[in-house]
Design a protein around this ligand. Structure first.
Ligand code: ATP
Ligand code: MG
Length: 425
């Protein structure tokens, strides 16, 4: 035997047993986003490396150590997208979607980050995201959050908590930055090498540190809320009022800065204590400066991203019922002639009854082994063709869920009989 080739660490195969749950979750998210008036946008998973450096920021975990960057055959530096916003903004500018227009968009797909793989943290993971362009007021911030709250409700997820913060304008951030540098510089000796290095390059990142020994220092650090500019403070108050009116519970977390550089004003995270260390299920915020930073005209923007692996874990914990996605009817056909007839019969049934899934037994087998497969398929009804049925142009009909007698039905009555059996079931 040849040596097996394995998959890549931190990149999972999604097995057929798991896909119904994924399809259910994705279906709910798509339906809700579409219902709020958001439209799907699809962009490539590979972009120029420069795009991520300029948007996410050079001094961030993602750009410093998590990107899958490579040269293509032309010697151009490309990167597998570590997040979606940068590519969406690039594509929205390039396709003229932001020119005198507002946009409400969603997208989903794989993201790639070279992280230490562990539960809830992978190297290929999936996000569902929304991004909105051209809306300035706190009403759209509130709408984005209300949409996520509705998603939790429809997915049956309960144990998530909303945390909010405002990072203010770039100017109030700069003022805050100076205070932070002063504060952390006074505690230089307590910083590890990485954080000491970042102190002057990107001090806000220190607040995002996950190191346990950093936590007391972070807790005592100055708060941005104290140096927030008036316009941002009003925006933030407006958002809180709208959320309160809508009955959305939240807490203010002045340490919430998010791991990317492009955020301004509102930032938020939905967190849970049910998933161990990887507690952020959904995260987002405003990035009013990013469109301009990437070569477009100044355009207010806001978005969020959900980690689907973590979301799926929450849905599993909530034990939300998930549609199985199996066939409704299984055709049992014993003998070569019956097998051939079953293929044709199934096509007629599929045309007449497109609302039902119809699986045909493949690969022959005895009645006993075919019935076993029929049970395993999850179908509710077996249609049976043997030599006798074939000779009489009839089929057997057996309900696989209830202990009722098998019926015999003429071929011309089969469609009505199947429909009757499945609708009364
Ligand atoms: P974390 O603090 O957990 O590293 P993050 O701030 O880096 O998260 P974002 O860039 O905001 O994450 O991505 C949005 C969401 O994507 C996160 O809230 C999380 O649910 C999910 N996510 C991020 N990185 C991973 C990963 N490596 N594996 C699985 N899910 C992830
Ligand atoms: Mg991260």
């Amino acid at each position: 035997m040849n040596k097996k080739i394995t998959g890549i660490r931190g990149m999972s195969d999604l097995l057929p047993d798991e896909t119904p749950l994924w399809q259910f979750v994705e279906g709910v998210l798509r339906r809700i986003a579409a219902g709020y008036g958001y439209r799907e946008f699809r962009v490539p998973v590979v972009e120029r490396s420069e795009l991520f450096k300029r948007s996410i920021g050079e001094v961030t975990d993602i750009v410093e150590k998590e990107m899958y960057t490579f040269e293509d055959r032309n010697g151009e530096s490309l990167t597998l997208r570590p997040e979606g916003t940068a590519g969406i903004v690039r594509a929205a500018i390039e396709n003229g979607l932001l020119h005198n227009q507002k946009q409400k968009l969603w997208y989903t797909g794989p993201m790639f980050r070279y992280e230490k793989p562990q539960k809830g943290r992978y190297r290929q993971f999936h996000q569902f995201d929304v991004e909105v362009f051209g809306y300035d007021g706190p009403d759209i911030d509130a709408e984005l959050i209300l949409m996520t709250a509705r998603m939790w409700q429809e997915l049956g997820i309960k144990d998530v908590e909303l945390q909010l913060n405002s990072l203010g304008t770039p100017a109030s951030r700069t003022a805050y930055r100076d205070r932070l540098v002063e504060y952390f510089a006074a505690h230089r000796d307590s910083l590890d090498d990485e954080n000491r290095d970042r102190l002057h390059r990107n001090p806000l990142r220190l607040l995002d540190s996950k190191l346990p020994e950093m936590q007391p220092l972070i807790a005592a650090a100055p708060q941005l809320t104290d140096s927030l500019d008036t316009v941002s403070a009003e925006h933030f108050a407006g958002l809180q009022e709208l959320l309160t009116a809508a009955g959305v519970v939240f807490s203010l977390n002045p340490r919430l800065v998010r791991g990317l550089d492009y955020y301004t004003r509102t930032v938020f995270e939905w967190v849970t204590d049910k998933l161990g260390a990887q507690g952020a299920v959904c995260a987002g915020g405003r990035y009013d400066g990013l469109v301009e930073q990437l070569g477009g005209r100044p355009t207010p923007a806001i978005g969020w991203a959900m980690g689907l692996e973590r979301l799926i874990e929450m849905v599993k914990l909530a034990e939300t019922p998930v549609p199985a996605g199996n066939p409704d009817v299984y055709l049992v056909a014993v003998g070569e002639a019956a097998g051939r007839q079953a293929l044709l019969l199934a096509e007629d049934l599929r045309t007449a009854l497109p609302q039902y899934g119809i699986e045909v037994n493949a690969g022959g087998g005895s009645f006993k082994s075919q019935f076993k497969r029929a049970d395993k398929s999850g179908a509710r009804l077996a249609v049976i063709l043997g030599a006798d049925e074939l000779a009489n142009e009839q089929a057997g009909l057996k309900n696989l869920r209830h202990e009722t007698e098998q019926q015999t039905v003429a071929w011309q009555d089969l469609i009505a009989a199947i429909d009757g059996e499945l609708t009364t079931d």
